[in-house]
Design a protein around this ligand. Sequence first.
Ligand code: IPM
Ligand code: MN
Length: 352
Amino acid sequence: MYKIAVMPGDGTGPEVVREGLKVLEAVAQLCKFKYETEVFDFGGERYKRTGETLPDLAIDELRKKDAIFLGAIGHPDVQPGILEKGILLKARFALDQYINLRPVKLYPGVETPLKDKGPKDIDFVVVRENTEGLYAGAGGVLKQGTPDEVAVQESINTRKGVDRCLRYAFELTKRRNKANTLTLCGKTNVLTYAFHLWERAFHEMGQKEYSSIKRDYAHVDATCMWMVKNPEWFDVIVTDNMFGDIITDLGAMIQGGMGIAAGGNINPEGVSMFEPIGGSAPKYTGKNVINPLAAISAVGMLLDTLGETKAADMIEKSVMTVTGTKLKSLSAGKMGYSTTEVGDLVCEHLVK
Ligand code: IPM
Ligand code: MN
């Protein structure tokens, strides 16, 4: 019996989560696994009501779960940063979800802004370190608000943190067994302290433990260039927190946009959290027009991480059938179907 925490969150979060749960129920019946859900109402509304973001007591409850399914965080009446830091980043840090996993895969029938590129060219995964780097919050300010203000924001890179991220990336590259190539994305020509650590750890681990995996390196700026020009060169990319944040938005765009991009905040030894990465899209709230496929794919990733690989595979295949044969577009209001109808379509096209 899997225990799944559900955090629908703000804006269109609840609408897409509803479709994700619909698909979860359908696939559970077909694959005969059991689960129970508990809803947590953290988000902008709760914050406005009570001033709470994600309290420590809730973290303790989340720790007892097998996985977390998150809708979207972000509310137009709440100052930017409060919910992001108080909920999303807090969960990542408190639950030590040290991997941010973002598949970049162009599904059939989905339009990419890249000219002459198709599904066979765009299929890679980004492994982003999720608890260190610039996100660790190290640094400080002096003389704030004066003309002499000094702001320091430091990137924290620990050997342990880098090693565990690299290990996950090597293992994933092996499991994927596609081009067996892991690309380290960094900036070794300028950020010589941080990325020399990454580089040494990368080659040491690769040489000693993953000799069957080809190691490649690209600077982050060049990575952006190649992701647009030759995305087919990538199999798995591993990078730090900040660079990973940036290149995965680029990745989301080349795979068809925020309607389809899903991600996982993963603690391989603990509780992981899965989400559509698109945000709360307040202007579409309650209209039943938002695309739920990213949330549905997040459920697929959640099941894959729980070891329900067959169910995860069924969801992905069904999503591919729906993008390939049904939807007119992935954009809100232009799909040719409502949010609930897209959820129904994915359920109907699950094949055992
Ligand atoms: C993401 C988001 C978050 C991040 C924000 C909302 C804090 O952009 O999940 O990529 O920067 O990690
Ligand atoms: Mn981001």
